[in-house]
Design a protein around this ligand. Sequence first.
Ligand code: ADP
Length: 198
Amino acid sequence: MKVYGLTGGIGSGKSTASRMFRELGAEVLDADVIAREVVEPGTPGLAAVAERFPGVLGPDGRLDRTRLGARIFGDPAERAALNGLLHPRIRERFLEQAQALADAGVTRLLYDVPLLIESGLHETMAGVVLVWVPRDVQRERLMHRDGLDAAAAEARLAAQLPLDAKRAHAHWVVDNSGGLESTRAQVRDVWNQLRARD
Ligand code: ADP
């Protein structure tokens, strides 16, 4: 089975494009969803995080993401410790789900990962699809979607590799700066190319 990375930048339209791929019949695994599954109540992942970061469980026994975020914010060592607990579990769960799809006869899979290129995971993919917009459009849409002012939106953009830099690692670029129909046509085109590569 071929696994293709699907990525973008915050507010670039990755979720929008991911939905369009699914509508065309693509199997898409979402790294954010898997990252939540590995810390569901009762999982070894949650136990490991709670042991390493005492006080991050809410009264309901679920992970309090705000508290955990505050513990790692601006602290690269603590962030690395958390990633060290989560990433192997996310990888294992991804491989399990990908194997189940392969067993069911699926020949190509998209893996939707926000920080695909920052994490180096793109190196392991059969190809990378990047959802790109110019930075001013990205900032505008982010401000609108999340109710942020320009400075707050810019701070979030600054925490990621710029989309223009990600282009160098992409095999397909979906330009999402136009209307949704333009994006849908590009997604269809990429999907047809991926199907032709089986
Ligand atoms: P991401 O998943 O990359 O953070 P989203 O798919 O949530 O981005 O898109 C960011 C925002 O921009 C959302 O509010 C979405 O509805 C809007 N959006 C996405 N694509 C377009 C488009 N082609 N035209 C107008 N708005 C768009």
